[in-house]
Design a protein around this ligand. Structure first.
Ligand SMILES: [Zn+2]
Length: 452
């Protein structure tokens, strides 16, 4: 229920589809709107950021001309933003948020956003959550990781403020018991967070705990594979799982899911982003349906302008038909990052394949890690899993796990028999023993220790 306090201003309006004026423009109106914003961005970047000094002084006259601008590779972005460099920073003294990326290796990168930028980002995330199915009157647990200069918790908090919902700022709960107590007391029906944290609550709940019936789980950060998905469906009364949005520190929100989007498919946040999908080995546009490098131009951010940024993700355009939801924003499918796939001379393994190897093995959690290492000249593989809380390592059938893995991967089996692979083993660790990313709670999927 909404309250109005007379005499005080209230900037918090619902951000429903009606407020998304961009979505109501015709195609040609959208193109001229985007071209105008792009020209404003290029002018700003050229005159304020050293890195962009060589951009053309003439305005572009057609959106296609974006291809005349240079591509900003991921490595160059890292090199020219603090703490490594400053060439990409256009407004060094900007007020607003100072943030840090949560990289698991190396020095965290700095990121700055003005309050205006952050406000617009929050409203676009709200459009995405609205499309995903969050409705006025819902009670939402915000379980994004808070603190440590990380942005997801506050961005989603800002988004939820526009959706006429009740919000529980749980963050990372100090215990699963506490999280469940709050969820039950306030009748939470939507969970929002990184998959690993929600899974942690499900796994660490004391025996006999009451779980709330959840209608929707909106996750961000990493995909939810089959094992964790089944666990969450079982524990929380069969919720629908949806992505809370495809976003990054550097670019803000890039995609959102409506109820018609299959796993990995997103509508483009197309009043914030121009997306190009280019061939993996050439700077030519990919035909529809073919996976390629995703190149984002972010039209909003002024402190560190992002023009033709190769974010490091692979994606493909879905199709040109209007989505059954009626939204006109184009759709793309995220096909993962190259570092999420283990590509060896002998093998190509995808996370889904490994996920299946865990099926039917009693006493283990849904997470896994694949370690590859060298023994002499041969590659060896070790599939690592953890027990459930309170289960002994010895109680888990590691042989069954290994058999499953080989059964799922006939190539692996023949490589092993033919001597191309040195060994394939499954190893069980106690609950919580595999190292996790402090931010996402995620276990590194592929640990490549092979001698190069
Ligand atoms: Zn849709």
């Amino acid at each position: 229920m909404k309250t109005i306090i007379e005499g005080y201003e209230s900037p918090w309006r619902r951000v429903g589809p009606a407020e998304n004026r961009f979505a109501q423009l015709t195609d040609s109106e959208r193109r001229s709107w985007l071209l105008e914003r792009l020209n404003i961005l290029v002018r700003h970047a050229r005159s304020h950021a050293e890195y962009y000094r060589e951009l053309p002084a003439q305005d572009l006259t057609d959106l296609e001309q974006i291809r005349q601008l240079p591509i900003l590779e991921n490595a160059a972005y890292r090199k020219h933003t603090p703490p490594n460099g400053t060439q990409l920073v256009a407004v060094p003294e900007a007020y607003g948020l100072a943030l840090a990326s949560g990289g698991t290796t190396g020095e965290p990168r700095s990121c700055y956003r003005t309050s205006e930028e952050q406000h617009v980002i929050a409203t676009r995330l709200a459009w995405g959550l609205d499309a995903a199915g969050i409705r006025p009157g819902d009670v939402v647990a915000n379980m994004m990781p808070p603190g440590n200069l990380w942005v997801p918790f506050i961005s989603f908090l800002g988004a939820l403020e526009h959706l006429e919902v009740r919000v529980l700022p749980i963050g990372r709960a100090y215990s699963a018991e506490a999280a469940l107590k709050w969820m039950n007391r306030y009748k939470v029906n939507v969970l929002l967070g990184y998959p690993a944290e929600i899974v942690r609550v499900a796994l660490e709940a004391p025996e006999g705990s009451t779980f709330p019936k959840i209608r929707l789980i909106a996750t961000s950060g990493t995909p939810v594979y089959e094992g964790p998905k089944k666990l969450l469906e079982d524990k929380f009364g069969g919720p629908r799982l949806v992505s809370a949005g495809y976003a990054s520190n550097d670019t803000g929100p890039m995609g959102y899911q409506c109820e018609h989007c299959a796993t990995g498919v997103f509508h483009l946040q197309d009043d914030l982003q121009i997306l190009e999908i280019l061939e993996v080995d050439a700077d030519e546009p990919c035909p529809k349906g073919k996976p390629g490098r995703m190149i984002f131009t972010q039209l909003l951010l002024r402190v560190v302008p992002v023009i033709r940024y190769a974010i490091g993700d692979i994606g493909k355009w879905v199709d040109e038909d209007v989505c059954p939801c009626g939204r006109r924003s184009p759709r793309f499918e995220l096909c993962g990052r190259t570092d999420d796939m283990l590509v060896g001379e002998a093998l190509q393994l995808l996370p889904e394949t490994l996920d299946k190897a865990l099926h039917g093995v009693a006493g283990i959690g849904p997470d896994w890690q694949l370690r590859t290492f060298s023994e002499g000249v041969r590659d060896c593989i070790e599939l690592r899993v953890e027990t459930l809380p309170n289960v002994e390592v010895e109680a888990v059938d590691a042989k069954q796990l290994r058999d499953n893995l080989l059964g799922q991967n006939l190539d692996m089996q023949s490589d092993l028999e033919g001597g191309l692979l040195g060994s394939v083993e499954a190893r069980v660790f106690p609950y919580g023993a595999l190292p996790r990313s402090p931010r996402t709670g995620k276990i590194t999927l592929f640990l490549d220790e092979r001698k190069k």
